[in-house]
Design a protein around this ligand. Structure first.
Ligand SMILES: *Cc1c(COP(=O)(O)O)cnc(C)c1O
Length: 456
């Protein structure tokens, strides 16, 4: 088989700024050893997130010029609505400025004290919106999904028996909705199988509970189904996406992921009554129902992005380039979540730095070293993000200590990724010399964004 190539030519480029190692040592110190506080201009390769960091195509930029900025009933809205309907087949399509705005609207209407929502794994903004509305969010991930070193084709699946037991225990009348996150972002970008979606739907149907997709990476999930699930090898991606959505009663979406744009989202659904309530709240918080917090040009770019995302050549390149980075560092012994997910590689910091205890944040230590060594920005997903202290001040670590290398869509080439692998391997080779960190400042909530650190 020949090399899988980037399925595009580069028409416009954005220079990246080189810094020396000495400069980066100083930059990192000034940033309190927290890469969130570094100016993007001081970053060579930015793997902080795949959200809103995609490169748009020439057709999307052309759409930006074509955008109809009419307040109501803009042409761009109808193009957007048709593009979302083509994939979801849902009746009511509500634009929002990003995923969490859709979540805020949906869960403040359906949630509240005494209500429970279940998912394979809730993404942090989804969980936060459910909890903010006074309800509870429960993760029911399949067992294999909880073991980073175990390989399985669909580690994002929901545990069907756990779902049945959950409904039995809580009572169907207290569960307004079940959510499947595709792919499972917090669980390492692992896919959910069509069979699992079908089975979850069957349980929901028997109990009269609607099923929604948190659809941010629906196309990446569809590609994994095509490659890994029996009976899908010859199906076009669009048809696989349509089948996934056919089992759902609605979806929330961050267009900053699989719609290849820098801002946008939607809420789609079939329940007319609920749609009316959502649109009324949308008018208060986002805007009129035909623009929902976006400009006409943004809607145009999303519509175009949705045509491009289901292109099989794009998805082959996308999934392969993530896997390529995973394979390269794995071959050098670097421990990662296996198999590689769709949008990111997750380094297992516990196994990478066994000599650094969780309370000295091994993930943060790797994040800092990757920046100093190669100007690469990544993010810790471990005890900095999820660790806490109990009432007596005793440290409670996160379940896993990870470093996420998220790959922006269509932004970096193979040589950029080769460079990233070289830097990771270089740091891994001298891992014994890496030291832990302690926190010198933290905000009361979501501390990872603004915390300051000092080396131990
Ligand atoms: C990014 C993301 C969201 C939230 O979307 P925003 O556009 O960042 O508000 C929700 N769920 C998942 C799975 C995501 O990856």
């Amino acid at each position: 088989m020949k090399t899988i190539i980037e399925p595009f030519k580069i028409k416009s480029v954005e220079p990246i700024r080189f810094t020396t190692k000495e400069e980066r040592v100083k930059i990192l110190e000034d940033a309190g050893y927290n890469p969130f506080m570094i100016h993007a201009d001081d970053v060579l390769i930015d793997l902080l997130t795949d959200s809103g960091t995609s490169a748009m195509s020439s057709d999307q930029w052309a759409g930006i010029m074509r955008g109809d900025e009419s307040y109501a009933g803009a042409k761009s809205f109808y193009r957007f609505e048709a593009a979302v309907k083509k994939i979801t087949s849902d009746e009511f399509i509500i634009p929002t400025h990003q995923g969490r705005a859709s979540e805020k609207i949906l869960f403040s209407i359906l949630g509240g004290p005494g209500k429970y929502f279940a998912s394979n794994t809730f993404f942090d903004t989804t969980r936060a919106n459910i909890e903010f509305a006074g309800a509870e969010a429960v993760d029911l991930l399949c067992e294999v999904g909880k073991h980073p070193e175990q390989r399985a084709p669909f580690k994002g699946n929901m545990d069907i028996d756990a779902l049945k037991a959950f409904i039995q225990k809580i009572g169907r009348e207290n569960i307004p909705l079940v959510v499947l996150t595709v792919t499972n972002n917090s669980g390492g970008g692992q896919p959910v199988s069509m069979q699992n979606i079908r089975e979850v739907k069957e349980v929901c149907k028997q109990n009269n509970i609607p099923l929604f997709l948190d659809a941010c990476r629906f196309a990446e999930n569809a590609y994994f189904i095509k490659k890994r699930e029996n009976g899908y090898a010859d199906k076009p991606i669009l048809e696989i996406c349509q089948e996934m959505f056919s089992y759902a009663d609605g979806s929330t979406m961050s267009a900053k992921k699989d719609a290849l744009v820098n801002i946008g989202g939607w809420l789609s659904l079939n329940d007319a009554d609920l749609a009316l309530k959502c649109r009324n709240l949308l008018i208060v918080t986002e805007g009129f129902p035909t623009y929902g917090g976006l400009a006409g040009r943004d809607l145009e770019a999303i519509a175009q992005g949705l045509e491009e995302i289901v292109d099989e050549h794009y998805l082959q390149y996308r999934i392969r380039s993530t896997e390529y980075l995973g394979e390269k560092i794995l071959a050098a012994g670097v421990p990662i979540i296996e198999p590689p997910g769709g949008h990111a590689i997750y380094i297992d910091a516990k196994r990478f730095l066994p000599h650094v205890p969780a309370e000295q944040y091994p993930g943060q230590s790797i994040v800092c070293e990757l920046y100093v060594e190669g100007g690469i920005r990544t993010v810790e997903i471990g005890s900095v993000m999820f660790g806490k202290n109990d009432k007596n001040g005793k440290f409670i670590p996160a379940m896993m200590e990870l470093v996420r290398l998220a790959i922006p869509r269509r932004v970096y080439t193979q040589s950029h990724i080769d460079y990233v692998a070289e830097v990771v391997i270089d740091v891994f080779k001298r891992r014994e010399k890496l030291k832990g960190y302690h926190i010198t400042y933290e905000a009361p909530m979501l501390r990872h964004f603004t915390a300051k650190f000092k080396p131990v």
